[in-house]
Design a protein around this ligand. Structure first.
Ligand code: ZN
Length: 207
């Protein structure tokens, strides 16, 4: 199973980090070892001073496919969920400045929160792109969005990524984060909601 993450897919978020919205989707991978075990706390690694939360809608790939055309992309995912793409922003900034890959900042252990709950697309109405999601930190809303706000539609993301690598059943696509990313600290409680329902709760522990 692989985790594919899209970067800069919400215009307001690209702006807050001083980035341009890319003409084509930007993506990177997280290994299976990055997935945080359910109900486990997240431990801030010792080598970073700025881990930030990025709440994201997740898409579950349900069949293998390569070079998928956008008009057929809907056949390749069956469920959606919510997660966090934890990012060591300080380490990422150094990597970006040096033109280095992002793995140290993005692919470390525990950096992928994936809700245990998957919602079948068929169980939602056809306007699922307008269903809101949000992240609360210690009970306060810090990020909110909906798929409608994405720069590149999910169908386009699937078409683009599958041009370069085969998508396999069980792969998870992180579709990018809306504005409002921020630093986490020891003792924080992060809770994600989709359509008003709690999807995950993660306790943050510092060094
Ligand atoms: Zn992200």
């Amino acid at each position: 199973m692989k985790v594919i993450c899209i970067g800069r897919n919400y215009a307001e978020h690209a702006k807050e980090l001083g980035n341009k919205v890319p003409a084509e989707p930007l993506f990177f991978l997280k290994p299976d070892s990055s997935v945080l075990a359910h109900r486990h706390p997240f431990y801030i690694p010792s080598w970073t001073n700025d881990v930030q939360h990025e709440v994201e809608l997740l898409i579950r790939i349900c069949r293998n496919g390569k070079s998928i055309q956008p008009e057929f992309a809907h056949r390749y995912f069956d469920a959606l969920s919510l997660g966090i793409d934890f990012t060591a922003r300080d380490v990422q900034a150094v990597a970006k400045a040096n033109g280095h890959p992002w793995e140290k900042a993005k692919a470390f252990d525990g950096s992928a929160v994936i809700s245990k709950q998957w919602i079948l697309i068929d169980s939602l109405d056809s306007q699922w792109e307008s269903i809101p999601f949000r992240l609360e930190k210690n009970g306060e809303v810090v990020q909110s969005g909906k798929a409608d706000d994405m720069v590149h539609h999910v169908h386009h993301l699937i078409a683009h990524v599958s041009k370069f690598m085969t998508l396999k059943m069980g792969d998870v696509l992180f579709t990018g984060t809306p504005a409002g990313v921020g630093k986490i600290s020891d003792g924080d409680l992060l809770e994600g909601f989709f359509n008003g329902s709690s999807m995950f709760r993660v306790n943050v522990h510092g060094e």
